[in-house]
Design a binder for this molecule. Structure first.
Ligand code: B12
Ligand code: SF4
Length: 580
C-alpha cells in the first residue's frame, strides 16, 4: 500500500426536514450506540495494526445530529493521509437519503465509502431484490455492509486499503457472539457534543418476541445474544475513566437479557462500593415487573428512567401486530412498581392500527391519562419499516407505500389506512401530542411525580422537551436537540440552494422565535411544579392512576373498556364488556 496512515472518518448521518435541510443542533440529547460500536471496532483494528506494523489507523468520529460535516475538509484529510475511507454508520431507513447524498459527495471527491446499518440489513434480510435506492448506492460505488461488524472490520479495512473492497458484505446469516466482543466506547470529546453527558452501549441484541412491525428480529435475530457482566463493567470503567457515568442501555428489552441480574449486581457494586455515580436508562417490556427483584435491582444500579413499549391499549390492535406479550390488565401494576422506586416511566404509543379511528384514539388517550401513572408519552405512526414483516407483506402484495425513505421516521404516514385518510391520520398524530401534553394533564403528571418523590427538576425538563418538541420544532423528541442549526448549502440533493438574502433573515427569525417559545414553556412548567411542591397536601396526592388495585376481584376501567377484546389466555380477567 505504501502509505503510513489510513484515515477512517466515521459519520452517523442525520435526516432531512420537510424543507430538505439536515436536522441538526448545537447539542444533541441521545448518543448513538451504532457509532460507539463501530468506533470501538475500528479502534481495535488500529491497536492491533491490522493493516501492517508500519500503518497507523487514524479515526475521526462525528454524529451529524450535533456536528456540521465539512465534506471537503474530511476528504482532504483522508487524501493527505495517503489512504482511507468514510464509514457511514448505523444508517436507518429515514437516514438513507441523507447518507446517500453524503456518499455521493465523497465519491465525487474520489474517497472510498462503506455504509452499514438497519436500512441495508433490513432490506437485504427481507426483500427478494435490492430496492432502487440501495441499487443507486451501489451504482455510486458505495460499498454496503449488512449484518454485524464484530470480527469483520479488519477484513473491510484491508480490502479498502488494497483497493479491492467488495460491493456488498453480507453477514446476515452469521450473527457474532457478544460475550467478550469489542466494547462500544466513544471518545470523551464525541460524547461531550451531547447536552447530557450520556453515552450508550448495548448489553444484548436480538429479541424473542414476534411483533410484525419490528425490524429487529429480522436483522439481529430472535435468538438473543448477550454481553457478560465483565464486559459491562469494562464498558462502565472505560467511560468512567473519561468522566462519563450516565448510559442509555440500548437493548430493546433489557428485562429479557439472560445476564440482567449479574449485570445489575455488578453495577450495584460499582455504585455502592466504589461510589461510581451511575445513571441508567433501560428499555423493558410490560411484563418486567413479574421478574423477581428486577425492578428493585435496576433502581439500585442507577436506573432513573425506564422506556416501556406500551404500543397500544386495545388488545385487538396488539394481537393484530402479534404483540401478544402486552397484558393491559397488568399495565398499572407494572407502572406503579417502577414509581415505588422513584423511576420516571416513559411509554411509546403507536397510532394507526387498522381498528383505530380519530374517536377511538382520542378515547384511548383519555383513558390512559386517567388510569395509568405514565410520566412521559411519545406517539408514533404505525410504519412499514423496511426489515419488518409488515413491510415484506405489503411489498409482496404490491400495496403502495411511500417511496421516499426520508419519511420513514414514524412521524409521517407511509401507507394507506382502512379507516382514516392520510390527512386524518396526520391530524390524529398532531392532536395526540396536544391532547396528552395539555396544561391540565401536565399538572396531573407533576402532582403524581411530587407524590411519588420523582426528581422535580428532571420531570420539569423532560416534560418541557416532550411537550414542546413537535409544537415548537416540528420534530419528534427523539430527534430533538438544543438550538437548531440550518446550513444553507446542506440541502437535499436536487433541491435549490436559496439566496443568502432570503435564507438568513428567515433562519434567524425562526431560531429567535423557537428560543423564546422554549423559554416561556420551561418557565411555565417551572412555576407549575414549584407551586405544586409548595402545596402541603402534595405528598398525599392520590388519584385513580396512583391507586393500586385492592385485590383479585378489582379490575380497572382500562380493562372494562376493552373486556370484549381481551383474549382469554391464562391470567386474563374475565368480565362482561362495558362498551358496546
Ligand atoms: C438506540 C436506538 C436509537 C437511538 C440512537 C440511535 C443509534 N443508532 O444508536 C435514538 C433514540 C436516537 C433512536 C432514534 C430513532 N430510531 Co432507533 N433504535 C435504536 C436501537 C434500539 C439500537 C440501535 C443500536 O445501537 N443497535 C446496535 C448497533 C450496533 O447495530 P447497527 O446500528 O445495526 O450497527 C451494526 C451493523 O449495522 C454494522 N454497521 C453499522 N454501520 C456500519 C458502518 C460500517 C462502515 C460498517 C463496516 C459496519 C456498520 O456494524 C454495527 C456493529 O455490529 C435500534 C434497534 C436495534 N436493536 O438496533 C432502533 C432502530 C435503529 N431505530 C429505529 C427508528 C425507526 C428510530 C426513529 C426513526 C424513530 C423513533 N422515534 O424511535 C428515531 C429517529 C432518529 C433519527 N432520525 O436520528 C429503527 C430503524 C428501522 C429502520 N428500518 O430504519 C430501529 C431498528 C428500531 C425499530 N423500530 O425497528 N434510535
Ligand atoms: S417491538 Fe420490541 S418486543 Fe416486539 S419484537 Fe421488536 S424488540 Fe421485540
Amino acid at each position: 500500500m505504501g502509505a503510513s496512515s489510513f484515515r477512517v472518518a466515521l459519520i452517523k448521518p442525520s435526516h432531512y426536514d420537510a424543507d430538505g435541510y439536515v436536522i441538526q443542533w448545537r447539542r444533541s440529547f441521545i448518543p448513538s450506540n451504532s457509532l460507539a460500536s463501530v468506533y470501538g471496532l475500528v479502534a481495535e483494528c488500529a491497536r492491533e495494526r491490522v493493516l501492517g506494523a508500519d500503518v497507523n489507523i487514524e479515526i475521526e468520529t462525528y454524529d451529524e445530529w450535533n456536528t456540521v460535516i465539512n465534506v471537503r475538509a474530511v476528504a482532504k484529510r483522508i487524501r493527505a493521509a495517503g489512504c482511507g475511507m468514510v464509514g457511514l454508520v448505523g444508517v436507518q431507513s429515514n437516514q438513507f437519503p441523507r447518507a446517500l447524498d453524503l456518499g455521493r459527495q465523497f465519491r465525487a471527491l474520489g474517497v472510498p465509502v462503506v455504509m452499514g446499518g438497519f436500512h441495508i440489513s433490513g432490506c437485504l434480510a427481507m426483500l427478494p431484490a435490492l430496492p432502487p435506492d440501495i441499487q443507486e448506492a451501489l451504482d455510486l460505488g458505495i460499498h454496503l455492509f449488512a449484518g454485524e461488524a464484530e470480527g469483520r472490520m479488519a477484513e473491510v479495512l484491508r480490502d479498502v486499503a488494497a483497493g479491492n473492497a467488495k460491493p456488498i458484505y453480507n453477514y446476515l446469516n452469521n450473527m457474532p457472539d457478544l460475550a467478550g466482543a469489542v466494547l462500544p466506547v466513544l471518545p470523551r470529546e464525541v460524547v461531550l457534543r451531547g447536552a447530557t453527558e450520556y453515552s450508550s452501549f448495548d448489553a444484548g441484541r436480538g429479541c424473542p418476541f414476534q411483533c410484525s412491525f419490528c425490524t429487529i428480529i429480522n436483522v439481529q435475530g430472535r435468538k438473543s445474544r448477550y454481553r457478560t457482566a465483565d464486559d459491562v463493567e469494562a464498558i462502565v470503567r472505560a467511560n468512567a475513566a473519561q468522566g462519563i457515568t450516565r448510559f442509555f442501555v440500548t437493548d430493546d428489552n433489557f428485562a429479557r437479557n439472560r445476564n440482567w441480574e449479574a449485570i445489575l449486581d455488578r453495577l450495584i457494586e460499582l455504585r455502592e462500593r466504589e461510589k461510581f455515580n451511575i445513571r441508567l436508562l433501560f428499555q423493558v417490556d410490560t411484563l418486567c415487573h413479574r421478574i423477581p427483584g428486577f425492578i428493585e435491582k435496576a433502581a439500585r444500579a442507577g436506573c432513573t428512567v425506564i422506556f416501556i413499549g406500551l404500543e397500544n391499549i386495545n388488545p385487538e390492535s396488539l394481537m393484530g401486530v402479534k404483540k401478544r406479550q402486552n397484558k393491559i390488565w397488568e399495565y398499572r401494576e407494572m407502572l406503579l412498581a417502577w414509581r415505588r422506586h422513584s423511576v420516571i416511566t416513559y411509554a411509546g404509543y403507536i397510532l394507526g392500527f387498522p381498528t383505530d379511528t380519530p374517536e377511538t384514539i382520542a378515547r384511548d388517550i383519555e383513558i390512559i391519562k386517567k388510569e395509568l401513572p405514565i410520566d412521559i408519552m411519545e406517539f408514533l405512526c404505525l410504519t412499514p419499516l423496511p426489515g419488518s414483516e409488515d413491510h415484506k407483506t405489503l411489498h409482496a402484495q404490491g400495496v403502495p407505500m411511500d417511496p421516499d425513505m426520508n419519511n420513514y421516521d414514524l412521524e409521517h404516514v407511509c401507507m394507506a389506512h382502512p379507516r382514516m385518510s392520510k390527512e386524518t391520520w396526520l391530524q390524529v398524530y398532531a392532536d395526540a401530542w396536544t391532547r396528552y401534553y395539555s396544561d391540565e394533564h401536565i399538572e396531573t403528571i407533576m402532582r403524581r411525580a411530587v407524590a411519588s418523590r420523582l426528581s422535580r427538576r428532571k420531570i420539569r425538563d423532560v416534560l418541557t422537551a416532550f411537550s414542546g418538541s413537535v409544537r415548537i420544532e416540528g420534530v419528534h423528541p427523539l430527534q430533538l436537540g438544543i438550538v437548531r442549526r440550518k446550513v444553507r448549502t446542506q440541502r437535499r440533493y436536487g433541491m435549490p440552494i436559496p439566496s443568502p438574502l432570503v435564507f438568513y433573515p428567515r433562519a434567524i427569525a425562526e431560531c429567535a422565535r423557537a428560543i423564546i417559545r422554549w423559554g416561556l414553556l420551561w418557565y411555565r412548567y417551572h412555576r407549575m411544579i414549584t407551586r405544586i411542591h409548595a402545596d402541603p397536601a402534595a405528598l398525599s396526592y392520590l388519584d385513580e392512576a396512583l391507586r393500586p388495585h385492592s385485590g383479585q376481584a378489582e379490575v380497572d376501567k382500562l380493562v372494562e373498556a376493552f373486556a370484549d377484546k381481551i383474549p382469554q389466555t391464562h391470567g386474563a380477567p374475565v368480565r362482561v364488556p362495558a362498551l358496546g
